[in-house]
Design a protein around this ligand. Structure first.
Ligand code: SF4
Length: 248
């Protein structure tokens, strides 16, 4: 009983809960969804647009500690979207199993986005898991990330079907694209999405975003590799619509 009580009282750093809005990237792109942004991350990507949910001092300032029950209560019925997306930071750092159980009662479909650095068993219970390893421009590539992603993918391959998980890699330039294609070749069992990056400060004019998208599309279309042939190249739809505004 006491461990059950402890689980019920466990709190998580919630930076924001918002929606419904439209998912801007990857497998769920274009679908209406709620978002829960959990604080804290084990990476520090150079172009991270959510540092307010990453840096411990920012998380202390911006997050409210809520139990699974309290989060569930914020999502009052009737709900206007079928999906809810756990984002961050890295949501896989938290034990969100009890929250999944509660949200399921509302018939919400659960999507999660994580960089694939830490496997946690509740991930195999979600409706869609987006694994988003970070490319060279993030400053996070290297042996450590390779080993983390490899271990993570072993778990995914052993416990999830391709429709339940996908690979999404942010690409800014040719180096990123080459790395993304190599990674997708390695994990050929997963649907592969390329998400063309945008300036995290939101200062970039839309035309520059479109130009980068065009360039990446042209490179992918003429690449000829097996991974490129199955890649879906998408812009970050939410940035086109709302820029880097928070809460949409
Ligand atoms: S993994 Fe995501 S949330 Fe964490 S630092 Fe990188 S971009 Fe930001």
């Amino acid at each position: 009983v006491s461990s059950k009580v402890a689980a019920a009282e466990k709190t998580f750093p919630v930076v924001e809960i918002f929606g419904p809005t439209i998912q801007g990237e990857g497998w769920v792109a274009g679908l209406p969804t709620y978002f829960i942004r959990f604080g804290l991350c084990d990476y520090r990507c150079s172009w991270c647009d959510s540092l307010y949910a990453v840096l411990p001092e920012e998380v202390r300032k911006n997050a409210t500690r809520l139990t699974a029950k309290q989060i569930d209560r914020v999502l009052a019925e009737p709900l206007q979207a079928r999906w809810i997306t756990f984002s961050g930071g890295n949501p896989a750092l938290h034990d969100l199993g009890p929250l999944i159980t509660l949200l399921r009662r509302k018939r919400l479909k659960i999507a999660v986005e994580t960089q694939g650095s830490r496997w946690t068993p509740w991930l195999k219970r979600v409706d869609h898991l987006t694994i988003s390893p970070k490319p060279p421009s993030s400053g996070e590539i290297g042996k450590k990330q390779d080993a983390q992603v490899k271990g993570f993918m072993r778990q995914v391959a052993g416990s999830m079907s391709p429709g339940e998980a996908s690979l999404k890699i942010v690409v800014f330039d040719r180096d990123d694209l080459a790395w993304a294609i190599e990674t997708a070749e390695r994990y050929g069992f997963l649907p592969f999405f390329i998400s063309v990056g945008t300036d995290s400060l939101g200062a970039e004019p839309l035309e520059a975003t479109a130009e980068r998208y065009r360039e990446v599309c042209e490179l992918v279309a003429t690449d000829g590799s097996a991974a490129a042939k199955r890649a879906r190249v998408l812009p970050q739809l939410h940035v086109i619509a709302w820029g880097h505004r928070r809460g949409v």
